[in-house]
Design a protein around this ligand. Sequence first.
Ligand code: PMP
Length: 302
Amino acid sequence: MKPQKKIWMDGRFVPWDEAKIHVLTHGLHYGLTIFEGIRAFQTPKGTAIFRLDEHIERFLNSAKIYRMDLGYSAKELKKACIDLVRSNPAKECYIRPIAFTGYGEMGLNPLTSKIQVAIASWEWGAYLGDTTKKGVRATISSWVRIDSRAMPVQAKCGANYANSALAKMQALSAGYDEAILLNTHGVVAEGPGENIFRVKDGILSTPPASSGILRGITRDTVIQFARDNNITFYRNDATKEELYTSDEVFFSGTAAGIAKVREIDGRTIGDNGTPITDKMAKLYDQTVHGKVARYLKWLTPV
Ligand code: PMP
């Protein structure tokens, strides 16, 4: 990670190296952190943040689920993101708002902890690296996606990512690029940090929110693209064999972008071409870079 100049922390900008917390910070011990992942891109009119409103709304909803009073309005948080990107050197960056139960109290009741809020930004290439273009080799994980009866998956809570990290490690150790997690009902949920789409006979589909997935903002973007381009689209469950026999499969996420899957557990996907994935990936790339007039509404200039 290449250090930037500033980090926004508890209402003010501090130098990158000074954005520190105590080792006895409550959230570090019990996983009570909520966060977002947002990206800013270069556009013909300068750097702009993609779907900032929706990310901040999800951040506030994560806080609400965990009963964290952040003490900042959506407007203040958005302004902090914009000012941060403006004051850091990167022209394209990843933005990470995080809130956590702070230092001062220990024990499982988080309600006595003060809440700390920070926002950092840094340069971050495609999360799945080269494979984003080449195609990802994925494997169905033996780790089951956390069930929202145990942990609310709609809250982007740090603790959820222990489940994601187990699946990711297992996939990498087995020589794959990424994991696909099934839910407690045995149907496809999502990747460790991405949603998943499939195409069969020209029909695009993705698991519904009730499958225990994070309602991704990139997922929503793809759904809008499908609607606007008259691509037949459904939210429906898929078994793993339905994934194996799909014509096309791709991941979607802020960090990953639109990443084509070329193999799942030794079964080749997309060997007859991936027209819908390619269309979505191209449209996404053009949209985030401010080249599609109808989607300029999703970009907040900094
Ligand atoms: N699922 C999980 C578990 C994630 O962490 C993410 C990344 N935030 C996504 C899906 C994709 O969400 P988005 O498109 O909003 O980045």
